[in-house]
Structure formats: structure tokens, C-alpha cells
Design a binder for this molecule. Structure first.
Ligand SMILES: Cc1cc2nc3c(=O)[nH]c(=O)nc-3n(C[C@H](O)[C@H](O)[C@H](O)COP(=O)(O)OP(=O)(O)OC[C@H]3O[C@@H](n4cnc5c(N)ncnc54)[C@H](O)[C@@H]3O)c2cc1C
Length: 467
């Protein structure tokens, strides 16, 4: 049984593992090179069904659905309860009806999850998992008054109907119960709970610069000291390959740099759903994503090479499976941030891209620096969206999540390997987490947003979610 555990990396993978192991009384040291926890690549969407990804298998979608429900149960305070609208642009090759078999499949999967455990009903009733709306139904909403707290899909669609260019999309449109996640609130919740655990040491601004295996122990070298542990968890995100290299392990993986841009649309109504315009990734008509935050802020993705993606943004490891090399320019953005000139240019492009569908959105302004980062994908399939953890040597776990919702399954595997407890759902019943006060979460998430140079409004949750 692992007694002294080192975790390298304070992203969602590292902090969730620390929360669960810490709650079981394990002595945990969490190393994070940055000033704040959860300061790596961003996340805003729960992916409860993977409906943003037409190219992935039904099996991956079903796993994302189940894992997202587990994630929402673990971090309910960070979930923004707003549905997602899925629209096909007029230029898209598909007919909306072609998306129905996937939705019906997911609805049936969701019904089974509820049947196996009523606590899984976090996205509402299974029969309400998705709903279709015709052009006529949307036109009827043009005279409706926006609701300050939408109660039905129809009410959620009022601001959408008033802003969409009806000539640019196909009908019906789909409303699906895929919710949002507020990353600042995840950081707040995790930090507040970990700080209460006497057996967890959080070492912020502490970079691990070497690891050696000595008999049964791992010697972890940070810039400040060298310490011995009997179990090592590599949760270093896109840098997991560097830690592998210290231990002589080579594994193929992909790294992808991506950015989401922040705009402010002052005249926007407060309660908006998230909106997806499907498109072929990497082409000039890649998927567009409109993610509402509070107070008019909107995060934008456009999966084209001159907005969210770029030519040199996806790199794979060499033949022998070593750490993939990203360009110096991209690594400098990660270390030192964006040049204002560059991000303003890309944000304006993103605004124009979404204004094709919402003409009034043209008036939106640049909101702040982008949310950006490098995502790791284990193996060599860039469309892979589900992965958890690997155990390349005894007492060593390498976290490999692609989407944040995979952390619950990931932690269960680690707990099993480290033999600290039975890998059951009770592991995630963390009373300190449930007892957190809303005012403390709000205050801490504001501080995190300020430290990371984002508007504090982005740390607020617009829509309540309770389970
Ligand atoms: C633009 C963009 C949008 C995204 N949107 C979504 C989304 O909507 N939904 C979703 O589910 N996923 C999304 N993702 C993916 C998601 O961000 C990642 O899956 C997730 O953040 C990975 O978490 P992690 O803990 O594995 O890694 P990270 O968050 O990268 O954490 C690793 C941590 O390790 C630290 N570290 C690294 N090396 C060392 C070292 N030597 N010593 C000490 N510390 C070290 C780093 O500083 C970092 O904080 C998005 C990714 C990007 C790039």
C-alpha cells in the first residue's frame, strides 16, 4: 500500500487525485510549477455525450456521458447549468436528421445510467436529454420576452432566436443537456479543500526538475530540494513526457496547442445557452463555439487554422516515442503569454466568424487575453477524446486524460494500483467538499481569475446547478 505519494502537476488530474488520496489519509505532496492550481489548458464544456464531436465513435460518446455525470457529481459547485444548442450551417454537408441516431443512442444510455442509480439523473429526465426545434418554432420566439431564469429549452432559445440569421443555418436545431464547467470555480473548490487536509502538502511554484528510481523509492528533485516517495503520479499535462524521460520511458503521444478567445458583448442578455455550429475541423469552415460567461463575456472557439488551431499546433512524438517537440514560439506563449497584437487579431477573427451566424455579435469587443494551452493525447489518433491513466512501471501512474470528465475513472484506476482503498464510488464522497461555503468559493474563484489576469466576471457562475 502506497503511504507517501508525490503528484507532479496541479491541473484537474493532479488535484482530483490529491483530493481523493488526501481524503483517505494518504500522505500526499503536490508539486505545481505555477502560482495557482488549475492554471494549465482551460475547459468550459462538460461534454456530457460528446455531441461536439461528430467524428468520434458512439462508444467514446457513451463514455464521455457517463464520465461527465460522475464529474458533475464530484464538482457540482463548478457546473454551469445551461443547455447546448447544436446547429448545422447551411454550407455543411450533413442534414440535421443524420445526428438523430447518435442522440437517441445517448438518450437510451442516459436512461440506463439513471436506472442503475437515481443519483445519475444530473442532466434532468432521460426523455428530455435532447429536443428539436423547427424554424417555425423559433420564429414564434421573436416576440417573446427574455426570461431572467429560463426554465425550459424554449425559454433558453429566446435570445438565440432573436440573434440568429435564419438564412445561415439548417433546421431543425437541437438543444441538448450538455452543461458548462467554470474552471476558476474548480480551482477554488479544489484549493479550499486541499488546504484543509493536514496530510496534503501543496507546493505551488515548485517545479520538479528530475526524478530517479532507487530500489522501491522515487527520488523527486525540485528546484528547492530532493525528497523520497513510494508512489509517483505524473499529472504534468502536456509535460508528462518529460517526467517519463527522467525514468527512461518512451511512449507515443500527440500534443496540441489550442486557444479560445474572450469577447465582450455588452448588449447581450444574461441567460444564453452554449451554441455550436458544426464544421469540418481544420478547414476554413471548422466548428464554431459560442460559450457564454456572466456579464456579457463570451468565449469563442473556431476550429480553423487561423483562429483556434494552427499549422504547427499539432505535433507527435518521434519514432522512438519521445516527448513531442513544439515550436519555440508556442512554448514561449505558454511560458510568457500572448503578445497583445496577436491575440487581438485572432479574437477579432473569432468575433467575425461567429458574427456570420449572429450578425449583431459584430459589435462585440475583445474581452481579455485568450484562454489557451496544450492538450496531450496519448497514442497517435488526434480524434481520441477518452483516455485515463497508464502504469508503465511499478508504483508509477501517468495521467493521460484528454477531457476533464475522465478524472473520476482515472482516479479509480490509480487508487486500485496504489492499493490505498477499494475503487468504489464512495471514494468521491468527500465531506469537506460538500461543506464548502458559496461565499468562500466565489471569493477564491475571483482571486484565481485576478491572479491569472482574466476578468473577475468570468469566475462567476451564471446558472445554479444542484444535485
Ligand atoms: C483551448 C482548450 C480548450 C479546452 N476545452 C475543454 C473543455 O471544454 N472541456 C474539457 O473537458 N476539456 C477541455 N480541454 C482539455 C483540458 O483542458 C485538459 O484535458 C485538462 O486541462 C488536462 O488536465 P491535466 O491535469 O491532465 O493537465 P494540466 O491542466 O496541463 O495540468 C498539468 C499541471 O502540471 C504542471 N507541471 C507540469 N510539469 C511540471 C513540473 N515538472 N513540476 C511541477 N508542475 C508541473 C503544470 O504547470 C500544470 O499546471 C481544452 C483544452 C484546450 C487547450
Amino acid at each position: 500500500m502506497a503511504k507517501k505519494v508525490a503528484i507532479i502537476g496541479g491541473g484537474i488530474a493532479g488535484v482530483t487525485t490529491a483530493l481523493v488520496l488526501g481524503n483517505r489519509g494518504v500522505e500526499v505532496t503536490l508539486y505545481e510549477k505555477n502560482k495557482t492550481l488549475i492554471s494549465g489548458p482551460p475547459f468550459c464544456h462538460l461534454h456530457a455525450g460528446g455531441n461536439l464531436y461528430r467524428e468520434i465513435s458512439d462508444a467514446q460518446c457513451a463514455t464521455l456521458l457517463r464520465q461527465s455525470i460522475d464529474f458533475a457529481k464530484l464538482y457540482p459547485q463548478a457546473i454551469d447549468k445551461r443547455p447546448t444548442v447544436i446547429a448545422l450551417p447551411k454550407y455543411d454537408k450533413q442534414d440535421p436528421k443524420e445526428l438523430l441516431s447518435r442522440l437517441e443512442f445517448l438518450q437510451a444510455e442516459y436512461a440506463k445510467l439513471i436506472e442503475s442509480d437515481l443519483a445519475n439523473r444530473v442532466l434532468g429526465e432521460a426523455e428530455d436529454y435532447y429536443e428539436l426545434f423547427s424554424k417555425e418554432e423559433l420564429l414564434e420566439l421573436l416576440d417573446a420576452k427574455e426570461k431572467s431564469r429560463p426554465q425550459s429549452n424554449r425559454e433558453w432559445l429566446i435570445p438565440f432566436a432573436k440573434s440568429i440569421d435564419f438564412e445561415r443555418i439548417k433546421f431543425p436545431i437541437i438543444v441538448v443537456q450538455e452543461y458548462g464547467i467554470n474552471l476558476f470555480r474548480v480551482g477554488a473548490v479544489a484549493g479550499l479543500v486541499l488546504e484543509q487536509m493536514p496530510n496534503v502538502t501543496i507546493r505551488r511554484e515548485s517545479e520538479v526538475v528530475g526524478v530517479q528510481k532507487r530500489k522501491q523509492a522515487f527520488m523527486v528533485q525540485s528546484k528547492e530540494d530532493k525528497k523520497s516517495f513510494d508512489y509517483l503520479i505524473n499529472a504534468a499535462g502536456f509535460r508528462t513526457g518529460i517526467i517519463d524521460q527522467y525514468l527512461g520511458i518512451k511512449e507515443p503521444r500527440l500534443l496540441e496547442f489550442k486557444a479560445a478567445y474572450t469577447s465582450r458583448w455588452e448588449s447581450r442578455e444574461d441567460f444564453w445557452p452554449e451554441v455550436i455550429f458544426h464544421g469540418e475541423r481544420g478547414t476554413p469552415r471548422g466548428m464554431g463555439q459560442f460559450t457564454p460567461y456572466c456579464d456579457g463575456y463570451v468565449q469563442l472557439h473556431a476550429m480553423t487554422e487561423d483562429i483556434t488551431l494552427c499549422k504547427e499546433c499539432l505535433v507527435k512524438s518521434s519514432e522512438d516515442g519521445s516527448y513531442p517537440e513544439l515550436s519555440k514560439e508556442l512554448l514561449e506563449i505558454i511560458e510568457y503569454g500572448w503578445s497583445k497584437e496577436k491575440y487581438i487579431k485572432r479574437t477579432k477573427r473569432a468575433i467575425d466568424y461567429l458574427a456570420h451566424f449572429f450578425p449583431k455579435f459584430k459589435e462585440a469587443k475583445v474581452g481579455s487575453q485568450p484562454l489557451y494551452g496544450i492538450q496531450q493525447i496519448p497514442g497517435d489518433d488526434p480524434s481520441r477524446r477518452v483516455a485515463e491513466v497508464a502504469f508503465p512501471m511499478p508504483n508509477y501512474a501517468r495521467c493521460e486524460i484528454v477531457k476533464v470528465s475522465s478524472v473520476v475513472d482515472m482516479v479509480k484506476e490509480i487508487v486500485k494500483d496504489a492499493a490505498v482503498a477499494k475503487a468504489t464510488d464512495e471514494l468521491f464522497d468527500i465531506s469537506r467538499l460538500k461543506k464548502l461555503k458559496e461565499s468562500d468559493i466565489t471569493q477564491r474563484s475571483k482571486t484565481i481569475a485576478q491572479k491569472l489576469n482574466y476578468p473577475v466576471e468570468m469566475s462567476y457562475r451564471c446558472n445554479e446547478f444542484s444535485i
